[in-house]
Design a protein around this ligand. Sequence first.
Ligand code: HEM
Length: 270
Amino acid sequence: MPKLKLPKPPVPPLPKTLNPRPRRPGGGPPETPLDVAKEAGTAVVDWVDERTSLSGPGRWLMFRKVPRGTNWFYTLGSATLFAFLNQAVTGVFLAMYYDPSPTHAYESARNITNEVFLGEFVRGMHKWGSTVMVILIFLHMGRTFFFGAYKYPRELNWIIGVVLLILTMTMSFTGYLLPFDQRSYWATIVGVNINGTGPLVGPYLSDFLRAGPEFGATTLARFYSIHMLLLPGAIAALIGAHLYLVTKLGTTAPPWLKAETESELREETR
Ligand code: HEM
């Protein structure tokens, strides 16, 4: 089939607030502080752009054409991103009070709930947020699957998504031990043992998670560092790659829309 060559669509316009006001001919009345304040946004963007040339990539990222028929199901990816950001922010505050030593972990978690200002709220946001993120990531994966968005040329984004899913589940698993109460302790022992039954890498993986052949004093520190350093860093980097590919490739149209003819496409780009 001959390759369809379409005219390039025009560069999207800047939002109104970023366009400088036209100057009045002959200078006009002197500028009031309010006039200057109104243009502060433009001045700041200009200042940064002059030094970084970031407005080009910024426009590329922000002003994209989306296919006709885009609907609420397309917000599930952004909702997952929001849930991840919620986990990151609440996690930072929890880390300010949590102590990952076997003798203090339970007490420090209890202290967050009972003594720290808004501690129960922030801990609740983190706990329920993790469940919400897992639900959203599955719904988002379902949306991309049922809309056929995993097909060419988005296979790599699907693969990155699968890794994100595994890392998100590992986040839930490693976070579960941290309250260090009876339930989290025994549930984690069961989980690590299940890991150990996996083929080939299973036993090595469970040794790595336990930080040795048995649950010991360093196991909790290992889980904590995986939970709050290793995995968030990897997830943030992969989300970056995921969103780069979404921006570069655009999103897929819903499968129930029929393909447009060449003349319809030419009409649209005009
Ligand atoms: C931390 C987890 C994730 C975040 C923050 C995230 C974020 C996003 C966002 C914002 C979009 C664009 C809008 C949309 O379609 O919702 C998107 C698209 C996409 N995501 Fe994810 N995603 C995540 C996990 C996953 C997973 C687990 C999969 C599949 C295994 C996946 C596969 C895809 C695919 C194939 C697209 C392209 C959709 C299209 O072209 O229509 N993502 N993602």
